[in-house]
Ligand binder design. Structure first.
Ligand code: FE
Ligand code: FE
Ligand code: ZN
Length: 277
C-alpha cells in the first residue's frame, strides 16, 4: 500500500493534523514549521505532541515531513537573509526533536547570480554549522524546478551539497515530481531511467520522501507551477506509475496540489489508492 498524505496547516497543532490525516485516509502529512514567508515559530505544546504521537502509533503512520519556510535561503547575497536561514533552521531542528526521527525538508536555495558552485558551498556550510550528531531528524534537500537561480534542479548539484556535508548520515533528498519534470527529467516517458540516474548520481538510499504533484508546464519548463493530479502535463497515468515503482516503496508521499480544501485532498488520495490496487 502507498504511504500517502498531503500538506496540512499547522496552526492548530499536531493532534489536529493527525486527525485531519485520518479523515482523508492518509498515513503521513507535511506541514510548515513556521509561516512559509518567514517569521517566528509557534510554541510547541508537549501534551499536543503526545496526543499526536499516540494517533500516529495507533494508525501506523510513516514518517512525517516538516517543510522549512520558502524565505530560508542559505546562499543569499544578503547577510541578514543568511542569518535568518541559520536561525530558522537551527530553531526548527531543535523543535523537531519533540517528534523524533522524522524529516525536515528545505529548498536548497537561490544563488542570486553568485553561481551554482558558490551556492553549493554556502548551503553545505550552513548545514555543517547546524547539524549535530545527536539529532534524530534527517534533513532533506528538495529537488528543484530550476526557476530563476535555484540550486538543486540537477541531481549533480544535490550530490555536490551532500558531498560537502560532514554528517552525511543526517542528509537525504525529497523528490518533487513537478519539479523534476520541470527541471527536464523525463518521468513520463522514462521513469526507470530517471531513478537510475538518481541512483547513479545521489544514491537511492538517500531518497526519503516524494512530493506528488502534476505540473502545469511541459518537461524542462523550469516554472514550478503545481497542478492537481491528472490536470497537468505529467498526467494521471504517469504519476500513478511513478509512485507505484517498487523502488519507492515505503516512502512518505505528499500531495502539494492546489486543492481548495481537505476534502479535495481526500478525493485525490482515494483516487490514487484505487488506481494503485
Ligand atoms: Fe517545497
Ligand atoms: Fe515540493
Ligand atoms: Zn513547487
Amino acid at each position: 500500500m502507498l504511504n500517502l498524505g498531503c500538506h496540512l496547516t499547522s496552526s492548530k497543532g499536531y493532534e489536529h493534523m493527525g486527525r485531519q490525516a485520518l479523515q482523508i485516509n492518509a498515513d503521513t502529512f507535511q506541514f510548515f514549521t513556521r509561516n512559509p514567508r518567514g517569521g517566528k515559530a509557534k510554541e510547541i505544546d508537549p501534551e499536543d505532541v503526545k496526543r499526536f504521537l499516540e494517533i500516529a502509533e495507533a494508525n501506523n503512520f510513516v514518517k512525517i515531513v516538516a517543510h522549512a519556510p520558502y524565505t530560508l535561503n542559505p546562499c543569499s547575497a544578503e547577510q541578514k537573509t543568511r542569518d535568518f536561514a541559520y536561525m530558522a533552521m537551527k530553531d526548527d531542528l531543535e523543535r523537531m526533536e519533540f517528534t523524533p526521527g522524522n524529516y525536515y525538508n528545505f529548498h536548497p536555495g537561490s544563488h542570486v547570480g553568485q553561481g551554482i558552485e558558490k551556492g553549493v558551498e554556502m548551503i553545505a556550510d550552513l548545514l555543517n554549522r547546524i547539524l549535530k550528531p545527536e539529532q534524530t531528524t534527517t534533513v532533506l534537500l528538495e529537488t528543484m524546478a530550476g526557476k530563476g537561480s535555484e540550486v538543486g534542479s540537477r541531481f549533480e548539484e544535490l550530490a555536490a551539497i551532500i558531498d560537502r556535508v560532514d554528517l552525511k548520515e543526517k542528509m537525504g533528498v525529497c523528490l518533487d515530481t513537478c519539479h523534476v519534470s520541470d527541471a527536464g527529467y523525463n518521468i513520463i516517458g522514462d521513469p526507470e531511467g530517471v531513478l537510475d540516474e538518481f541512483d547513479r548520481i545521489i544514491g537511492l538510499n538517500r531518497l526519503k520522501a516524494i512530493h506528488v504533484n502534476d505540473s502545469l508546464n511541459p518537461v524542462g519548463a523550469h516554472k514550478d507551477r503545481h497542478a492537481c493530479i491528472g490536470e497537468g502535463k505529467i498526467g494521471l497515468d504517469a504519476i500513478v506509475k511513478f509512485i507505484n515503482n517498487p523502488r519507492l516503496k515505503g516512502l512518505p508521499m505528499i500531495l502539494e496540489t492546489p486543492q481548495p480544501d481537505l476534502e479535495g485532498y481526500g478525493k485525490e488520495i482515494k483516487m490514487l489508492r484505487e488506481m494503485s490496487k
